[in-house]
Design a protein around this ligand. Structure first.
Ligand SMILES: Cc1cc2nc3c(=O)[nH]c(=O)nc-3n(C[C@H](O)[C@H](O)[C@H](O)COP(=O)(O)O)c2cc1C
Length: 169
């Protein structure tokens, strides 16, 4: 798909068909995240694709037992393996890098004809336990992915004048 079309088509999908996502597409999504940019090219991350029913059920509990995780045939856990480090501008590197990979994932899913939704509301400890996350790592996002079973209208954005500026804030 043409890049600008992917950007335009990307919306959050929270209802999915039961249809599983093909292994080829899962591999493609993982490969896309693996080439994402990261600070100093550190790549201090690990991307876990969850399709196992029992683990999905645990992630559902971690995500407040609600859609989109509760209805997704596939959930990615975007993990930072070094999430304590702060960069020169005082920001958490692992969270930034994991967010970049998450965004790559969402756009790549759209390109493959899949729906997806970023889930930031989840219990870190429960999700960590579900996937056997080591103590030094953190889950930056859960990403519910599947074939869309809804077609919501795109959400509006603030007027562009409110969010852009030239030269001064
Ligand atoms: C950091 C982050 C956390 C989010 N957490 C959740 C969440 O926990 N549950 C959910 O349904 N959507 C979540 N979303 C999706 C946003 O609600 C959604 O992207 C936003 O409303 C804009 O809608 P759109 O993606 O359809 O354009 C999250 C998005 C981001 C970027």
């Amino acid at each position: 798909m043409e890049f600008k079309q992917v950007i335009k088509d990307r919306i959050s999908i929270r209802k999915f068909k039961k249809q599983p996502v093909e292994q080829e597409k899962i591999d493609d999504l993982l490969a896309t995240m693996a080439v994402a940019l990261s600070a100093s090219n550190r790549q201090k991350w690990r991307f876990v694709a969850v399709t196992d029913e029992a683990i999905l059920a645990k992630l559902t509990v971690a995500a407040e037992s609600r859609p989109p995780v509760s209805v997704a045939p596939l959930v990615f856990c975007i993990c930072s393996t070094e999430n304590e480090e702060v960069n020169d501008s005082g920001l958490n590197r692992g969270t930034i890098d994991g967010s970049i990979a998450s965004t790559y994932l969402h756009l790549a899913a759209v390109d493959l004809g899949l729906g997806a939704c970023w889930v930031g509301s989840f219990d870190q400890n429960l999700a960590a336990e579900a996937i056997g996350l080591p103590e030094y790592a953190k889950i930056i996002s859960l990403f519910a992915v599947g074939y869309a079973d809804e077609s919501p209208a795109a959400r509006s954005r603030r007027p562009i004048e409110e969010v852009i500026a030239y030269n001064h804030f």
